[in-house]
Design a binder for this molecule. Structure first.
Ligand SMILES: Cc1cc2nc3c(=O)[nH]c(=O)nc-3n(C[C@H](O)[C@H](O)[C@H](O)COP(=O)(O)OP(=O)(O)OC[C@H]3O[C@@H](n4cnc5c(N)ncnc54)[C@H](O)[C@@H]3O)c2cc1C
Length: 392
């Protein structure tokens, strides 16, 4: 693995850095799906990135991508994080479904869906988890019965991010209850406006509702919207999860949060000294920086594997686990360093950084759960990566 950028990569990095400096929107620090006035500016931001050539960078040109090598997408991710750019409204489609369709979708599905993922014309939500099927996803019970040219879907999904604003859902459904659990599951693309769908937003720890419960009552889905063949959904889903997990690590807050932590530690003073001068905190910051660097190098290793045609697999899980744990460690360190003022909400006048660190802490817990909990990642890494025996 050669970590030195080529002159072309350096030029590209300079290009996006300059473009972001000139074009970054004035935006609230975090996305807020509770506010309808967030949606159109968020779509406009995604389209602006696309017009500048910085979206779907490594996707094939025939579906609306830029057709560049994967390293250029990594450069874009790094520079967006460095600049504090807002998260993309179409991220479920961009990070998860799009790469899955590119591998498992039919030609018709690629042509129909991928261009609209890129332009944010269609927002997607992920329908995997259910009340009794989160970590143990293969026990899902939402069922789809093939009747003529349509599947008829009945059941309930939970924690579907962005479902309240989504146009479509990619979902796992049970299509054959007589087969072993993993073999009777299919992967469907569902129109969220179809009759029989009810969306109920769920309240999060921070009071917002970015995810929802979705119920299906005799919802019809055309046969053409089955991805990867009947009862083959587990294989398709694993390709999706590998993407999601790898991306979560690469995109995770640490890249953005660390420079912010450093800047606050230089500015905030205690006992006449900047926090960064206090040995205990200085040591903590150094440890976090080492972890961040290890994560960065690991994500390059993952990139090298994918460029050599090896799927994300265990590497993606390590990225997800390390990224989400580091995000939590960073936020917890900030809360300890900055003390009581960091705990105040943004509406309270004395809140440090308008409540950003308390918000980071709450969000970091969500990232330890979303896309598979840290416990589950550790189990899988132990079994598939280290060859340890399965738990009983
Ligand atoms: C912010 C956020 C966004 C999400 N977005 C989506 C989405 O868009 N679409 C979607 O389908 N889902 C989504 N999820 C759901 C997420 O995938 C599940 O919450 C997650 O897989 C855990 O499932 P669960 O909540 O049912 O917990 P459970 O599976 O009930 O787990 C409860 C606890 O037990 C532990 N545990 C369970 N089994 C084991 C084991 N074998 N060994 C050790 N520990 C174990 C878990 O680690 C956890 O701590 C989201 C979740 C969050 C927090």
């Amino acid at each position: 693995m050669d970590l030195n950028p080529t002159p072309e990569e350096e030029r590209y990095r300079r290009g996006i850095r300059e473009w972001l400096a000139a074009n970054l929107p004035a935006h609230p620090r975090q996305q807020d799906t509770n506010r309808p006035d967030w949606i159109e500016p968020a779509r406009a931001w995604q389209r602006k990135l696309l017009e500048a050539g910085f979206l779907a960078v490594s996707w094939p040109k025939q579906y609306g991508g830029q057709g560049l090598a994967a390293i250029y997408q990594v450069i874009v991710n790094e520079e967006m994080a460095r600049a504090g750019a807002p998260r993309l409204i179409g991220e479920e489609g961009l990070l998860t479904l799009g790469p899955t369709l590119l591998v498992c979708g039919s030609e018709e599905q690629k042509r129909r869906y991928i261009p609209k993922i890129i332009t944010a014309e269609e927002i997607w939500t992920q329908g995997y988890s259910e009340p009794q099927a989160g970590s143990d996803l293969a026990s899902l019970t939402t069922r789809a019965e093939l009747v003529g040219d349509h599947f008829v879907v009945n059941g309930r999904k939970l924690w579907a991010s962005h479902a309240q604003i989504a146009d479509r859902m990619f979902a796992l459904v049970r299509t054959d209850a007589s087969k072993p659990r993993h073999q009777g599951i299919s992967y469907l693309l569902i129109d969220m406006r179809a009759p029989g769908i009810t969306v109920r937003p769920l309240v999060q720890i921070d009071g917002r509702h970015d995810f929802s419960e979705v119920t299906f009552h005799d919802v019809r889905v055309a046969k053409q919207d089955l991805v990867g063949g009947l009862n083959n959904g587990w294989k398709v889903a694993n390709s999706t999860l590998a993407n999601e997990r790898g991306n979560m690590g690469l995109n995770a807050g640490p890249l953005m949060a660390f420079p912010h932590l450093l800047e606050c530690a230089r500015r905030v003073r205690r006992g006449g000294r900047a926090l960064i001068e206090i040995p205990h905190f200085r040591q903590r910051i150094a440890e976090l920086q080492i972890q961040l660097e290890a994560l960065r190098l690991h994500s390059y290793r993952q990139l090298t594997s994918s460029m050599r045609g090896r799927a994300g697999g265990v590497d993606a899980m390590v990225t997800k686990l390390a990224g989400s744990e580091l995000g939590h460690d960073l936020a917890a360190a900030a809360m300890e360093m900055f003390g009581d003022y960091a705990m105040l909400e943004r509406s309270q006048g004395d809140a440090l950084e308008r409540g950003a660190w308390a918000y980071h802490l709450m969000t970091s817990i969500a990232f330890q759960i979303a896309g598979g909990t840290s416990h589950i990642q550790k189990n899988i890494i132990a079994q598939r990566g280290l060859g340890m025996p399965r738990e009983r």
